[in-house]
Design a protein around this ligand. Sequence first.
Ligand code: C5P
Length: 227
Amino acid sequence: MNKITIAIDGFSSTGKSTVAKQLAKALGYIYVDTGAMYRAVTFYAMDRGLINESDFNVEALIYQLPKISISFKFNEALGFAEVYLNGKNIEKKIRTLEVSSFVSKVAAISEVRQKLVEQQQKMGQDKGVVMDGRDIGTVVFPEAELKLFMTASAETRAKRRYQELLERGEQVSYEDVLANVQERDHIDSTREDSPLTKAKDAIEIDNSNMTLDEQFNKIFQLANMTI
Ligand code: C5P
């Protein structure tokens, strides 16, 4: 069967990864969570003391980029691929609000983007891939056969994220989560390199009032119409 590239972009916590994972499974495609790659670089920077509340040593991070190796390994029990940093599983460590609070600053650095985009293009070079992020349909795979742009109100997204963090046992307030979602939206859409924008040929899906099943059915149908 003809394999295509499916690019899913959109704001933070629009549920891109949930639906992307489901879609990849249904089509027998590879799923790549590019946000996890930016989070992995951020985790590295935090772990080495290169970024904190008051300081960000951008030069040192750029200098150390060649030392950073990110990979994914499929976890059969979980049914999705987990992210590894220099051989260590960091899947759980990158989803915290602390990593979320620094990640957009790290993702605005061109040298970081260049490294990760190159790896993402290699991962998707044989097609048969569902990739989600902020710049997939505009920069990573501008030729993708199917491009989706997911949106939902900031409050809806913050509520979902808040629930998710609570379920993982993090002590967070809804206000802090909402502030983080809004701050990331702002940084991601106004940065100079590869800002978050809807590709001209992307199909916009506002999922504020859609269930997961409704979203999946819509996207699965669009994929089948394109393949
Ligand atoms: O998708 P997720 O929310 O995990 O992404 C975390 C952050 O990584 C985003 O807020 C954004 O700053 C950055 N990102 C990006 N480009 C991508 C994917 C994520 O800049 N393709």
